[in-house]
Design a protein around this ligand. Structure first.
Ligand code: ADP
Ligand code: MG
Length: 233
């Protein structure tokens, strides 16, 4: 069943104060459901990263209310003791560059957060290997990040983002460093994940070719969010 896992109510973000204040998000009222893929599309500087990092409890909003999985996490201030804990337990984050830790091998990178959450190594490793298989890089478990191609690295980063069974996946331009075909296959994987595992997937993208893969498109324009009605199908 569809349930809203991300709810933003009049969320605003201003960086700085006085003359140098920048109103990055002026007003965001958005509901995102489990199992759907949502694109955040908009020009550079429009507020996409600010929005997605507020959802991910990395950037503190200036105003409004944010709920994740029916828990109010921000209402004028953080209502959770530790925003990192929310991230570790509920959210998978995928960045533009894969951010794999260079001195850990692939399976260690994938299982790091599970181990921080107290999952025993054996169990974390078993699950990590399943995820690598699922993402088509099962044979890379013992390789170092430097031995992988860009597309393989991004698949490993996706496996890592899934290791804690997140209900929400947030990705900020995850395919920017990949060529067209690899970018498409990474995005197709994210879509498959959303639909098969009922995860809410939110992706910042510039790439118009990806748009048909999304269930919904939110246009971010000068700090405001407008739903784009699907004119493709
Ligand atoms: P996008 O991801 O769409 O390019 P951002 O969310 O990064 O947009 O930025 C939105 C606006 O907020 C821009 O005007 C940017 O310069 C400003 N901004 C972003 N981060 C900061 C920051 N840490 N301090 C001050 N201004 C910022
Ligand atoms: Mg950005």
């Amino acid at each position: 069943m569809k349930r809203p896992v991300i709810v933003l109510e009049n969320i605003q973000k201003t960086y700085g104060s006085g003359d140098s204040a920048v109103s990055a998000i002026k007003e965001a009222n958005v509901e995102i459901y489990s199992g759907e893929t949502v694109a955040l599309l908009g020009p550079s500087g429009s507020g996409k990263t600010t929005l997605i990092t507020m959802i991910g409890c990395i950037t503190e909003p200036s105003f409004g209310r944010l709920s994740l999985n029916n828990e109010v996490v921000y209402d004028g201030k953080w209502l959770v003791d530790d925003t990192r804990k929310v991230r570790r337990e509920q959210i998978g984050f995928i960045f533009q560059s894969h951010n794999l830790i260079p001195f850990l091998n692939v399976i260690e990178n994938v299982t790091l957060v599970s181990q921080m959450n107290g999952v025993p190594t054996r169990e974390a490793t078993k699950k990590g290997k399943e995820l690598l298989e699922y993402l088509g890089v099962g044979d890379k478990a013992d390789k170092m990040p430097s031995q992988l191609s860009g597309g393989q690295s991004q698949r490993v980063a996706i496996a890592r983002s899934l290791a804690n069974n997140p209900t929400i996946i947030l990705a900020d331009e995850p395919t920017a460093a990949l060529d067209g075909e690899r970018a498409l296959s990474v995005m197709e994987l994210l879509k498959k994940l959303a639909h098969e595992q009922n995860v809410a997937v939110v992706v910042v993208t510039h790439d118009e070719r990806m748009l048909p893969l999304f269930d919904r498109i939110l246009r971010v324009e000068d700090g405001r969010i407008n739903e784009q009605l699907a004119d493709f199908e």
